[in-house]
Design a protein around this ligand. Structure first.
Ligand code: B16
Ligand code: MG
Length: 215
């Protein structure tokens, strides 16, 4: 039986990808190149510095030093957090809050497992912080998804064994991380892309507690 649900943040609880895109695009534009929203898909679930490397690759920027890269990532994050600071609970994805609440009412533990270092501020703006028993994010992990670290730390913080956890993820690397952790995975998005998941749905508004027992 399922004892805990661990939720990715961006793409599952809220769509911050649109703000990441605007901020990375502004950085690219300042450096004299551009990239598409389609390319931006590749940044989903990927850490900040790994995202920067992908963006720089698209602009054929190969000579940036580590110090320059730090400065670029900081510049991008400043623009990103300006937008994040304006977020309101209206931006919670359909059914997300209701599903997390139904888990809690059923005695199922809840956690966030996100790559984002901005997780605390995003959850605060959405007024969702109290709904999670544990928050594991980019500030507390050293290995990026598909490494299972983020979800294993979540299970540990909840005191639940990995086999009794379900992960909700929109990124391919995130689904892989869940599987590497020995957990069940519910994919949010395209069944074709997230083929490693145990089941794939459009959003948390399509998930029921009964469904969890069939995984
Ligand atoms: P930050 P998730 C991820 O969130 C985003 O999908 C990804 O685009 C972003 O680069 C990463 O967080 C790091 O975010 O710059 O805020 O630390 O999907 O793991 O919740
Ligand atoms: Mg995500």
């Amino acid at each position: 039986t399922i004892k805990a649900c661990i939720f990715d943040l961006d793409g599952v609880i809220v769509d911050t990808a649109v703000y990441h895109y605007k901020a990375w695009k502004r950085l690219a534009n300042e450096m004299g190149f551009d990239f598409t929203e389609h390319q931006n898909e590749q940044l989903k679930g990927v850490s900040r510095m790994a995202s920067l490397d992908l963006v720089l690759g698209w602009g054929n920027v190969t000579d940036a030093t580590d110090a320059e890269k730090e400065e670029m990532a900081t510049r991008k994050n400043t623009w990103y957090t300006e937008m994040i600071n304006l977020m309101t609970p209206d931006e919670i994805l359909s059914g997300a809050q209701e599903f997390v609440e139904s888990c809690r009412n059923a005695g199922i533990k809840t956690a966030i497992g996100s790559a984002s270092k901005n997780t605390p501020i995003i959850l605060a703006k959405l007024q969702l912080t109290p709904l999670f028993d544990a928050i594991v994010d980019g500030n507390s992990v050293s290995k990026a998804k598909p490494d299972p670290e983020v979800f294993l730390k979540g299970a540990e913080a909840l005191g639940v064994s990995p086999a009794d956890c379900v992960v909700f993820e929109d990124a391919v690397a995130g689904v892989e991380a869940a599987k590497n952790a020995g957990m069940k995975a519910v994919g949010i998005g395209s069944p074709k892309l997230l083929s490693e998941a145990d089941v794939v749905v459009n959003g948390l508004d399509k998930v029921t507690l009964e469904m969890l027992e069939t995984l």
